[in-house]
Design a protein. Structure first.
Length: 233
């Protein structure tokens, strides 16, 4: 078997694994249906990943890599164009509603949070994974602080404003795929409030940026008033 054939088969398994683990969870998805989707055989799972648990870990890393590569477009703009970086980040988060692959990535991580206690993960790689996850978290916090600081400016860049501004737009973007999934299931695909079916993504991005601009202006105004108030005492 040629190397490129091996890579193609492995990639097909990862794509199919992401789809089924996102939709059904670790316990609900079967190796057989994933292999059928990938047009592969069960032996390929053992060949490339060892077993189902190893395969699931590889799918998680694959999902992390997709999100990481997408977010690099945002971080590249943080220092020179924070509002452009914000727009890019919102576009990426909205892809978790509008784009099938990003929706699956988001739903995989959401299931991971809900089902963590049901997933056996006691391999010898645990310590390394924990270290890598902690490094990713620290890097994310540092980058977000630079982004939010660039939006707020030096006078309004306080921990309180960082937190409020972060949740102002993150909650809007992160809630959409959860709400959309719930409505599609409960209303059997006939949801009248479906954002994906009734709204243009770009218009939604601009709408959320408008909310952030108003929030930033309000925070900056309050910080100026605090400063002026202290100055007259």
């Amino acid at each position: 078997m040629r190397r490129e054939d091996k890579m193609d088969a492995r990639d097909r398994l990862l794509v199919a694994g992401l789809k089924f683990f996102a939709n059904k969870g670790y316990d609900g998805a079967t190796v057989r249906e994933i292999c059928d989707e990938a047009k592969s055989n069960i032996a390929a799972i053992n060949y490339y990943f060892g077993d189902k648990e190893g395969f699931y870990s590889a799918v998680k890393e694959y999902a992390i890599d997709i999100r990481h590569k997408a977010m690099e477009r945002c971080w590249e703009l943080v220092e020179t164009d924070p509002w452009g970086a914000l727009k890019t980040q919102i576009e990426i988060m909205l892809d978790e509603t509008f784009d099938d692959t990003m929706f699956q990535v988001n739903w995989l991580f959401f299931r991971e949070l809900l089902d963590r206690g049901e997933i056996i993960d006691n391999t010898t790689q645990d310590t390394l994974r924990d270290t890598q996850s902690e490094a990713r978290r620290k890097q994310y916090v540092e980058r977000m602080n630079r982004l939010l600081g660039g939006l707020l400016g030096p006078e309004a860049a306080t921990p309180e404003n960082f937190s409020l501004l972060h949740y102002t737009y993150h909650s809007l973007c992160r809630f959409l795929p959860i709400k959309s999934q719930w409505e599609m299931r409960m209303l059997r695909g006939k949801a009248k409030f479906s954002v994906k079916m009734t709204h243009d993504k770009e218009a939604l991005v601009n709408y959320i940026i408008g909310i952030v601009r108003h929030a930033v202006e309000d925070m900056q105004k309050r910080e100026r008033e605090k400063k002026d108030g202290h100055g007259t005492v």
